[in-house]
Design a protein. Sequence first.
Length: 441
Amino acid sequence: MATESISQAPISSDQYVDSRDYRIHALSIIGADGVPNDITEMVVELQIRQDIYLGFMSGDLLITDGTDIHSISALHGNEYLHVHITEPEHEDVPIKKTFRIYKVGGRERTQNNSQRYTLYFCSDELFQSHTKKVSKGYKGEKVSDIARDIMSSYLKVPDDKMIVDPTSDPMSIIIPNKRPSEALQWLCTRAFAQPDDTCYFFYENLNGFNFRSLQSIYRTGTIVKVPFKYESKSIAKELGMDKYAIDSIDVKHDFDALKSVSQGGYAMKLQGLDPFHQTITNTDYSVDKIKTLYPNPAMTNPVSDDTALFDKGESHYMTYIQTEGTSTEEKNHTESWVKRTLSMAALAATQIQVVVPGSARLQVGTLMSIKVPYASMPTESSDIWDKRKSGKYLIVAINQKFDMVNHRWDTIALLSRDSMPVALPAADTSLPDKIKKLNKQ
């Protein structure tokens, strides 16, 4: 059976396309014999996930099996799932990839002598990563070149499927018996590029494998130029503009000052321990010194005990072993370690989840622009959009969910940002005194 057969009839250019429509060009299981079996009519639901923190694409599909393909094909973990799905208006941005099937779960009998089960799949590169270890020394090489070598030599990623942001200053690194995925995630903690790129991520999306800095992603800008809007369903839209409507919005994380303080979200101290000279060096850092999406931190700088939180380096420590005055210490670039920790904490400060009509153009490691209205309209404003909630966000996780029964494609995106387009109100410096007076009353 042909792998690339189109299962839906072509839609003419002048025909209205539903905002959740999609075309399946291929959805097949390739067995150990290399023969593809079309399973389109058997699939109830398909989910394909990306996550900037986990590194590799994965997903699952729910199957109702009336022909017992599970037993006939003798599924045992040596099979592949080939997916090719497009958005009718954007055929040039397909979801097209071959995944490794690694597990079957929830297998149960249903009516009419059928069975239902879930197949779990992941990128073949993740599967390969679990079979290999990196034990190698790199002398005087840039971290970006080391990352490229690991992806090429161990994960067999072709050059045209790598996007690697260059890093500064060669380093000497020994990777001791780590899985390739672990080695790449560890390299993110040591990667930096002068002067501001200090927070790198390793992740996979539909473009391939990425080793990119957060600041470089910010400079790229939004992929989809039209902002997605969360507004009343009764508002009339132009034909096709409901493609940019937000169906639901869920604030996962607004702020947690206590957690941010304890994890170094506001400020922290880098402590170097020199066992040879028996000395300790301390350097303070704060979140207002890192490069962010907007100029305003996503966290306020409240005063606590007469000192602003951005000045409280003792709230969180990062320690490392050093030998003062050596070239090794100078090449460690420990300041970039701290800035990455601050960036990660700041990025987690604001996190929301939105559901929009299916789009392959939305991927992790890209920016998404949204408009969110005020929960209740301020009396002094005629603008319905909340300037603090609206704006650009980084897509940190995404789930492309296909409901095959109702022919519905939803894109569920988890969004984060480390700063705001509009500044938050600063705390009054006399606030601690006012609170003390209240406590005395």
